[in-house]
Design a binder for this molecule. Structure first.
Ligand SMILES: O=C(O)C1=C[C@@H](OP(=O)(O)O)[C@@H](O)[C@H](O)C1
Ligand SMILES: C=C(OP(=O)(O)O)C(=O)O
Length: 446
């Protein structure tokens, strides 16, 4: 594999000279944008996404749907950038169509694209080939592949339960009941539910594994399905535990404004926490299924305080940062940012319930352990998480393994530790291409 020069570039992580005091406009949610694109593509009428996230993962999703025939028109309002404010007014108009192949889908390393689209492809007429970054060959997809076969799809793969593969879409899918083990990724469940209304018999997904991560992301799927008219029965709505049922039916085209990505707000909140400063995130939703909302509670326990108003979330650090003992199974994608703060705390931390992070963008438990320890830290991996004993840290290179959340975690440590250099900060483009500018903008405002 050729190493792109950008992958070896080192970004000197800015050191904070004082308490940050900034307003940070965080772009739209990756998880909401990619679900909204899929649902709009499967609808029976056109729809709008306002303020979608424009990042590698969402552009890959849009590109893949376009390759299957969906029209996605991007518009940028002319009044989009006012006196340095973040761009607003962007909108995508989605024009659904009869999906068709042949087509090739590049999933990059986007879990949402590699898991949510094979069921969509099963509804297309013609072969759809899926390929992606080398890491996409290692991330589990067996739950989706096996389930789709049970539901009537024809798929060619190499039998490893991962990419690459070809879905030979027949223009429709029987659907019906299916059992899966989604303990390695909640996205298996979300994937089958999202396309479920378009299967002839709908779908009934029964999770049989011992644990199920990222439940808020499954709730997000269910909420968004219901908002476009789908009927979904869930364990929470009186159904059986671990069973979700989607009734067949047409989906409405909606006009949806995408919430800011609360998991991408994490490094900015962390900046307020570790510098004893203040950060305001406008448009923080009062009610949301995004896992990042848990940061209000977690970062408060770690030493901050917050106030949610009609304008947004104001988060204030006290100057003290405490360790935490917390089960992150519901909110696994927050782990790298919490680990970074924990490494700077005044007491040890134990992060639990996140064994499945070994199969994320990189093996996040191994990567966090290695990189924090190379800066002088004392982190050990446990069976399902990390034990972090804070130590005085020193500068050095923080490797990121093509993981956006490793890069932002390294930047948080760099605020408190001089001389931290982030390798390949450009990898933040997966979900937050503006990260370096937003970060230096936040510090410039101090
Ligand atoms: O459905 C989604 O949008 C996501 C679900 C979670 O995946 P896992 O359940 O695989 O952790 C999360 O970590 C990922 O960032 C986004
Ligand atoms: C796990 C993540 O992404 P993906 O959607 O690729 O699974 C993440 O963003 O932390």
């Amino acid at each position: 594999m050729t190493v792109h020069p950008a992958h070896t570039a080192l970004w000197p992580a800015p050191h904070a000279s004082g308490a940050v005091d900034a307003t940070v406009h965080v772009p739209g949610s990756k998880s909401v944008t990619n679900r909204a694109l899929v649902l709009a593509a499967l609808a029976s009428e056109p729809g709008w996404l306002r303020r979608p996230l424009r990042s590698r993962d969402t552009l890959l999703m849009a590109g893949a749907l376009r390759a299957m025939g969906v029209g996605i028109e991007e518009t940028v309002s002319s009044a989009s950038s006012v006196s340095g404010e973040r761009v607003t007014g962007e909108a995508w108009r989605v024009l659904p169509t009869d999906l068709h192949g042949p087509a090739t889908v590049d999933v990059g390393n986007a879990g949402t694209v590699m898991r949510f689209l094979p069921p969509v492809a099963a509804l297309a007429d013609g072969p759809i080939r899926f390929d992606g970054d080398p890491r996409s060959y290692e991330r589990p997809l067996n739950g989706v592949i096996d389930a789709l076969r049970v539901l009537g799809a024809r798929i060619d793969d190499d039998g490893r339960g991962t990419l690459p593969l070809t879905v030979h879409g027949g223009g429709a899918l029987d659907g019906g009941p299916v059992e899966i083990d989604a303990s390695s990724s909640s996205q298996f469940v979300s994937a089958l539910l999202l396309s479920g209304p378009r299967f002839n018999q709908g779908v009934e997904v029964r999770h049989t594994g011992s644990s199920l991560p990222s439940l808020p992301h499954i709730r997000m799927t269910v909420d968004m399905l219901r908002s476009v008219g789908a009927q979904v029965d869930t364990p929470e709505s009186g159904g059986e535990p671990n069973v979700w049922r989607v009734t067949p039916g047409a989906l409405l085209g909606r006009d949806l404004t995408i919430e800011p990505d609360l998991s991408n707000a994490q490094p900015f909140l962390a900046a307020a926490l570790v510098t004893g400063g203040k950060v305001l995130i406008p448009d923080w939703p009062a009610r949301t299924t995004q896992p990042g909302d848990r940061l209000r509670e977690i970062f408060t326990e770690m030493g901050g305080s917050c106030e949610l108003t009609d304008y947004g979330l104001e988060f204030t650090g006290s100057g003290a940062v405490h360790g935490i003992d917390v089960d992150l199974s519901d909110v696994g994608e927050l782990t790298p940012g919490i680990a970074a703060v924990a490494a700077l705390a005044d007491s040890p931390s134990t992060l639990r319930g996140v064994a499945h992070l070994r199969l994320h963008e990189t093996d996040r438990l191994a990567a966090l352990t290695k990189e924090i320890n190379e800066l002088g830290g004392d982190v050990t991996e446990t069976a399902d998480g990390l034990h972090i004993r804070p130590r005085p840290l020193h500068g050095g290179v923080f490797h990121t393994y093509e993981d956006h959340r490793m890069a932002t975690a390294g930047a948080v440590i760099g605020l408190a530790v001089e001389g931290v250099k982030i390798e390949n900060v450009a990898t933040t483009a997966k979900t937050l291409p503006d990260f370096p500018d937003l970060w230096t903008g936040m510090l410039g405002a101090a």
